[in-house]
Design a protein around this ligand. Structure first.
Ligand code: FAD
Length: 267
């Protein structure tokens, strides 16, 4: 997976670009109603002819533009779209003997269709080292298992209660995973648990959401906004723009946004 980001970095730097890592934008700077730059957590500011936000629209308009009333177009978008849940992720390292020969790379576990959308019900499983063994140390496999989870279920816990809840939830999931990987619990070598709080913190996504989903049935993807916004000079990109969630979709969004800005700049 990291290869995709690394290739994008190579391309961007080749074109004269520069990436500031670990630089959290705290505010989009406006002058006369126009986006003219950003301020990052260190206090440093950057000015630009165009500003593009890859944060969700909720984060962009509610957190990065705190003094600006929510534009009408964004109010409409918020009425049409809601936040899908976040995920609970288990990243496991197991002894290779745990995974029987002929095991498939991807699985979906769901015992009760009526609970399909409930937290912890549908379990998505991937064992990437079956396709790419070098990702793990010799004689080991990586298992990634994730299931929908809401931020509300992980809030208001003391650090100790939070850790305990992670451990208990992980143990239930490991138990279910033994349908695919028998003896998993005994052959487990490493375990990391990510919650909706992890998604919120490390991806800067409100409530750790996976992304926007329609509030009601809409006539196709074209109701998703494109890259321009109601604020001159500010563009949005990523999964809260057309065509929505998923790597292919956000790659298209990035391409479309670059094209839009190139045209707007007269390049
Ligand atoms: C567990 C899981 C499994 C998935 N599996 C698949 C799959 O198999 N196939 C598929 O196609 N898609 C999958 N997806 C969906 C896909 O990962 C997302 O739709 C896609 O990554 C969204 O891209 P994005 O650029 O819009 O947002 P993000 O990937 O969230 O990128 C936004 C970036 O902006 C940064 N950022 C946010 N706020 C700020 C700020 N204030 N300052 C500086 N930086 C900031 C974040 O750190 C982040 O790097 C999966 C998602 C999850 C969570």
């Amino acid at each position: 997976m990291g290869q995709i980001a690394q290739k994008l970095v190579e391309g961007l730097e080749k074109a004269g670009g520069h990436i500031e890592y670990q630089a959290r934008v705290t505010e989009i700077l406006l002058e006369d109603g126009r986006a003219v730059g950003v301020q990052v957590a260190s206090g440093k500011t950057y000015r630009a002819r165009r500003v593009i936000s890859n944060a969700t629209r909720w984060d962009t308009f509610e957190k990065l533009l705190p003094s600006k009333p929510l534009p009408r177009a964004e109010q409409q978008w918020q009425q049409r779209y809601q936040k899908s849940p976040s995920f609970l992720s288990l990243h496991l390292g197991v002894k290779a003997t745990a995974v029987p020969p002929e095991t498939e790379c991807h699985h979906i576990l769901l015992e009760d269709w009526a609970r399909m959308e409930d937290p912890e019900a549908t379990l998505f499983v991937s064992i990437p080292t079956l396709l790419d063994p070098d990702l793990a140390p010799p004689d080991h496999h990586i298992i990634h298992a994730f299931t929908p989870s809401w931020l509300a279920d992980w809030q208001g816990l003391s650090p100790r209660a939070y850790e305990q809840k992670k451990e208990e939830t992980a143990a239930r999931i490991v138990e279910r995973l033994q349908k695919i990987v028998p003896n998993l619990a005994a052959l487990l070598d490493y375990q990391e648990v990510g919650t909706p709080r992890t998604h919120r913190r490390f991806l800067g996504r409100v409530d750790g959401t996976y992304g926007p989903i329609p509030q009601r049935k809409l006539p196709g993807l074209l109701r998703m906004p494109f890259n321009r916004t109601a604020i001159p000079g500010l563009y949005c990109v990523g999964d809260s723009t057309f065509p929505g969630q998923g790597l292919n979709a956000v790659a298209f969004s990035g391409f479309a946004c670059a094209h839009r800005i190139a045209v707007d700049l007269g390049l």
